[in-house]
Design a binder for this molecule. Structure first.
Ligand SMILES: Nc1ncnc2c1ncn2[C@@H]1O[C@H](COP(=O)(O)OP(=O)(O)O)[C@@H](O)[C@H]1O
Ligand SMILES: [Mg+2]
Length: 586
């Protein structure tokens, strides 16, 4: 159970909920136990009255007295109900509050993690930890604790009440109850194991269908519907079989419970009868005891059930703790606020990807003064995207340092650095939201007045107006599918609207036709004024004012300088220029 100790800090936080809950549970149980005593008195009263009148007529019994008994029982029940309501209001509410806090804690922890974390852990796994696992822990925080307190106070009070009547009868009636606990525990464990198998199979079904739906065009174009259909059928069948297994165990639960309770009642009546004959107890006591036995069944059933809930919650909390113990590799150590000018310097930067060990950056050094534009060229896998990621501090460098305005980025305020860098990533991502919100996403103040202006700069304004609902058109999973080039341009508008000091465009015009490319490049010349820019591309941008060109190869700088310098090198850059002019002629 040690994993669950992590939650103790929340019990401290919500101590009043917990303490009041305990008080309410005890009071509710106290009133509950008064009921059978009242019933015993009523029965004994009836019995005595009949004896007194020598069993002549029921009508002889004073109804007034009976009425008083009923009113008392109703009163006790009402009090019991009120406190039961209050106990749920405290303990179940506490469990929901802790659930909320815990979810928030896990999610905040996820968000603080570095990119590498998200590569290492599967999305589905992370999601199930923040959803299902938290829900299982909640079962411990709420129901398990509630019934735990309930059954312990209930058992104490009932045992005292029973003991006062007859210790002997108490012992006999209690004999079957431990068997009840143990068998319920075994059955609950079986139920939980089988439910888990069902959950897993269901998750499998979901992910299979999800993959088929997202790859539906491939599935259809290769005419694979039938195969997938059959595959799905087999998996669904498995799901059915597993559900049947569960149903069989579930069916055992109640008969088992009722059998053991009946056994207890039987013993009460039999032993109780003997004791009445001996004159040790009254008739009413038997009725009182049968009600007590019924009261005890639920606690004894719940013990097994609670034990299995706690086991499950413990396993879930273990998975949650596993995540919470991971501290993000990238930490923001600076909370100052200051302006950024935009000078960028790489000093002997080397970097290996932690998971694969691939050395993606080798001893890279260059300087960009504020406002300078760099064109970054190189074959695929030469390290261009890595350079951008390092500048955004998605990873920390292994050797050397990256400086912005002469200061190591590890000592900068990360929020300011990321705010002042407008990044158009190579793999564009749009949220399932409308276009306007996707563009304004880049802006902290959510001022939509300039959205159209920036869409115009990114040359996507006309495309957007052609969409059914213009800027309010939904895109992504729930909306229209934009073309690769349109997405790139929306992404450009998003990066520019926050008016950052530094712009990084990673192959952002790769899916755009030459004419549109030229329009955007024209705008870029004005938009990039006073901004430091790193333009990663595999095609040369002819109409753009560039201060510096770098060619990367296998993570190393192989050429660096101006157009003239590199052209005269007669190397990679020269060949690229030649090849591109050849393409333009033909
Ligand atoms: N997240 C990653 N994990 C491990 N290796 C990576 C990762 N991203 C890129 N690499 C490797 O680093 C090298 C440089 O990649 P990248 O910077 O994406 O090149 P480019 O953008 O120039 O195509 C490649 O060998 C690539 O396989
Ligand atoms: Mg790349």
């Amino acid at each position: 159970m040690k994993n669950l100790f992590y939650l103790n800090k929340y019990f401290v936080k919500y101590k009043w909920h917990l303490l009041l809950g305990i008080v309410f549970v005890t009071l509710s149980n106290y009133f509950k136990v008064l009921i059978p005593q009242e019933i015993r008195k009523a029965l004994d009263f009836v019995y005595d009255s009949l004896q007194a009148s020598e069993g002549t007529a029921i009508s002889e019994i004073p109804t007034e007295q009976l009425f008083k008994f009923s009113i008392t029982v109703i009163g006790f029940s009402a009090m019991m109900g009120v406190f039961m309501y209050l106990m749920r209001q405290t303990i179940i509410v506490m469990s929901r509050l802790i659930e909320y806090d815990l979810r928030k804690e896990i999610f905040t922890n996820y968000e603080a993690q570095d990119i590498n974390f998200f590569k290492r852990w599967k999305t589905g796994d992370l999601m199930s930890r923040v959803s299902e696992d938290v829900s299982k822990v909640r079962m411990y925080l709420g129901p398990a604790i509630l019934y735990g307190i309930n059954l312990s106070t209930m058992t104490c009070i009932v045992l005292i009440a029973m003991y006062q009547v007859s210790p002997k009868l108490m012992l006999y009636t209690l004999i079957p109850l431990p068997f009840l606990s143990i068998s319920i525990y075994i059955v609950s464990r079986m139920i939980n194991k089988r439910s888990e198998l069902i959950q897993k199979q269901l998750a499998r079904l979901t992910s299979i269908s999800q993959e088929v739906f997202s790859g539906i065009r491939i599935v259809k174009s290769y005419s694979k519907e039938k195969q997938f259909g059959e595959f799905f059928e087999t998996e669904t069948n498995l799901y059915k079989d597993k559900s049947m297994d569960l149903a069989k165990v579930n069916a055992l639960f109640f008969p088992l419970m009722i059998m053991l309770i009946s056994l207890s009642s039987l013993l009460t009546i039999y032993i109780g009868g003997i004791l009445v004959n001996k004159g040790e107890i009254s008739n009413g006591h038997i009725a009182e005891f049968i009600i007590y036995v019924n009261y005890l069944t639920w606690p004894f059933t719940a013990v097994g059930w609670i034990a299995s809930i706690i086991q499950q919650a413990d396993a879930s909390q273990k998975r949650i703790n596993e995540i919470l113990e991971i501290t993000p590799a990238i930490k923001n150590m600076n909370a100052d606020n200051y302006p950024v000018r935009g000078k960028i310097e790489f000093r002997n930067v080397s970097f290996n990807y932690p998971d694969t060990g691939i050395q993606a950056m080798k001893n890279v050094s260059f300087v960009l003064e504020p406002g300078e534009k760099l064109m970054l060229l190189g074959k695929t896998a030469s390290g261009k995207t890595t350079l951008a990621d390092l500048l955004l501090r998605m990873y920390d460098v292994h050797e050397g340092e990256i400086l912005i305005d002469g200061k190591d980025i590890r000592t900068h305020n990360l929020d300011i650095i990321r705010r002042e860098i407008g990044y158009v990533p190579q793999d564009v991502f749009l949220f399932s939201d409308n276009i306007e919100n996707n563009i304004i996403f880049g802006n902290d103040n959510e001022d939509v007045s300039r959205v159209e202006e920036f869409a115009e700069y990114a040359s996507v304004h006309k495309d957007i107006l052609d969409l059914p609902e213009g800027y309010k058109t939904m895109v992504g999973e729930r909306g229209v599918t934009l073309s690769g080039g349109q997405k790139q341009r929306v992404s450009i508008a998003r990066a520019f609207i926050k008016e950052p000091k530094i712009i990084i465009m990673d192959d952002s015009l790769s899916a755009v036709d030459t004419k549109t490319e030229n329009t955007i490049l024209n705008y870029l010349n004005t938009m990039l004024q006073n901004k430091t820019a790193i333009l990663i591309t595999h095609r040369l941008f002819k109409n753009l004012d560039i201060d510096k060109i770098i060619v990367l190869d296998e993570g190393k700088i192989v050429e660096m300088g101006t157009h003239k310098e590199l052209y005269s090198n007669k190397s990679f850059y020269y060949e690229l220029v030649e090849q591109q002019s050849l393409e333009e002629i033909t």
